[in-house]
Design a binder for this molecule. Structure first.
Ligand code: NAD
Length: 492
């Protein structure tokens, strides 16, 4: 069995506690590796290593162009090991190899894109209104960044933070989810080959309270970049506010997929199914509320049920598998609880609605793809994030009704709009309060496309040119080029 170590100062380090915990394969329910149980002492060591690397030695002395070259080499190293890293992710989170391998093959693009951006971070010369001064601005790294990630797509979500943070010149301490720490440790071990100097990237594994919380509060951490649930995000925001730290938060969602009766229904059925059943519904952008126009409600539900029924469950490593297990035991219980809550609230189970015990499910925790009708938008099942393969179907009358229901939720991460009317596509996209709207498609992401939430779905944006701003500070430098010395007691 593989026994991992922490990664601090460019080296494998045993945890201060002297303890490791087991990590389980969600499909076989077997322990396959041991993860170091880090604590505040390890965080301290990692923050000190990152702080040292920020101010001294190779990283601090690199030109932005040299930093960009390092990022591109990270991309190359990931490209060479994409399959191997994808396998480790599947072992830990049980998501389909076909999906994780796609993510890992695409991952280098983040490092190429932000590698290219590293030497295009420019300041300005300000045509200052005061005579005898030259004023310029400089954009400098924010400092040591604490990166905290969830279990559903560990390396993809890490890359969204790590690539722009490094391009900006920051150094980082990463705390991956306790359920899926292995792939982040595997990646860290490859960074030396890419020329990342020791201390620039550090990984401390462990639990939220024992590693995450001290990381957020650590005095050497300038910024916290977090992806996870809104409950934890709220907690981190409060803790960081107390220490006056910068925070960006990518949180949960309750995204609507809005299908109008003029849509290409076959494409919409496919899009709705992929929005909720891909990744077993364990994605922040899951299209967990289907808003469907009344005129096509029955026909659409029938077609959805027919297609969802064909989904094959089983070993996530098999190419023929469509739906894998739920990643954690707690998540499995939560999904089943929500199905019960929905039934009690009056929803009708049109498909699934229970745990799956098909022979091909092995010892994994599987939930049948579930479609619930007769859902009202004020029910808990329509308002709270389930993070599983559970779709709530809600009818609407017209465009105004669709927009009102879409927005009547505290989240605002993603939304889908299915229509063949281009003017309606613009109107509805404009009015839905979410960080991303997909028209006649769903769940597309790119390193170029800004991503993030409105309302309770988060603060800040990842991906795209401006994501690098999250890791930069602007400094104003005033040079006296001949302004006369005046009274020392009056501000100039
Ligand atoms: P989580 O909030 O339980 O955990 C996320 C991370 O926070 C883990 O590493 C955890 O150990 C850590 N943590 C827990 N308590 C902490 C504390 N007090 N201080 C600091 N760190 C702490 O989330 P999860 O269950 O791992 O992930 C699922 C959630 O993530 C869902 O809500 C999902 O919507 C969200 N998510 C959002 C995005 C996005 O980009 N918006 C992407 C993926 C997942």
């Amino acid at each position: 069995m593989k026994k991992y170590n922490l990664f601090i100062g460019g080296e494998e380090v045993t945890p201060a506690s002297g303890n490791w915990f087991d990590t389980e394969n969600p499909y076989t329910a077997e322990t396959w590796a041991q993860i170091p149980n880090g604590n505040a002492d390890d965080v301290d060591k990692a923050a000190a290593a990152a702080h040292h690397a920020l101010h001294n030695g190779t990283w601090a002395e690199m030109t932005p162009t040299e930093r960009g070259a390092v990022l591109r080499r990270i991309g190359d190293v990931i490209a060479e090991r994409a399959e191997q890293l994808a396998e480790v992710e599947v072992l830990d989170n049980g998501k389909l190899f076909s999906e994780m391998s796609g993510q890992l093959t695409y991952l280098p693009q983040w490092f190429y894109y932000y590698g290219g951006l590293a030497d295009k971070i420019e300041g300005t010369v300000v045509p200052v209104d005061k005579k005898g001064y030259f004023l310029y601005t400089q954009r400098q790294p924010k400092g040591v960044v604490g990166i905290i990630t969830p279990w559903n797509s560990p390396l993809l979500l890490l890359a969204w933070k790590l690539a722009p943070a490094l391009a900006a010149g920051c150094t980082v301490v990463i705390k991956p989810s306790e359920f899926t720490s292995a792939s982040t440790l595997e990646l860290a071990a490859l960074l030396g080959d890419a020329g990342v100097p020791p201390g620039v990237v550090n990984v401390v594994t462990g639990y939220g309270r024992e590693v995450g919380a001290p990381l957020v509060e650590h005095p050497l951490i300038s910024k916290v970049s977090f992806t996870g649930s809104d409950q934890t995000g709220r907690h981190i925001n409060v803790a960081a506010a107390d220490k006056l730290k910068h925070v960006s938060l990518e949180l949960g969602g309750k995204s609507p997929n809005v299908v109008f009766d003029d849509a290409d229904l076959e494409a919409a059925v496919n899009g709705v199914i992929s929005g909720i059943f891909a990744a077993t519904g364990q994605t922040c952008i899951a299209g967990s509320r289907l808003l469907v126009q009344e005129t096509i409600h029955d026909e659409f539900v029938e077609r959805l049920v027919a297609l969802a029924r064909t989904a094959r469950m089983g070993d996530p490593m098999e190419e023929s598998t469509d739906i894998g297990p739920v990643t954690t035991a707690a998540q499995y219980d939560k999904v089943l609880d929500y199905i019960d809550i929905a039934k009690k609230e009056g929803a009708t189970v049109a498909l699934g609605g229970r745990a799956a015990d098909r022979p091909e499910c092995g010892r994994g925790r599987f939930v049948e793809p579930t479609i619930l009708t007769n859902v009202r938008n004020d029910m808990r099942i329509a308002q709270e994030e389930v993070f599983g393969p559970v779709l709530s179907v809600i009818p609407f009358a017209d465009e105004a009704d669709a927009v009102a229901i879409a927005n009547d939720v505290r989240f605002g991460l993603g939304a889908g709009v299915w229509t063949s009317d281009i003017a309606r596509a613009f109107r509805v996209s404009n009015r839905i309060a979410s960080g991303t709207v997909w028209v006649n498609t769903y769940r597309a992401v790119s390193y170029m496309a800004p991503f993030g939430g409105m309302k309770d779905s988060g603060i800040g944006r990842e991906n795209g040119l401006h994501a690098i701003d999250e890791f930069l500070e602007t400094k104003s430098v005033w040079i006296n080029t001949g302004a006369p010395s005046t009274s020392p007691f009056v501000m100039r």
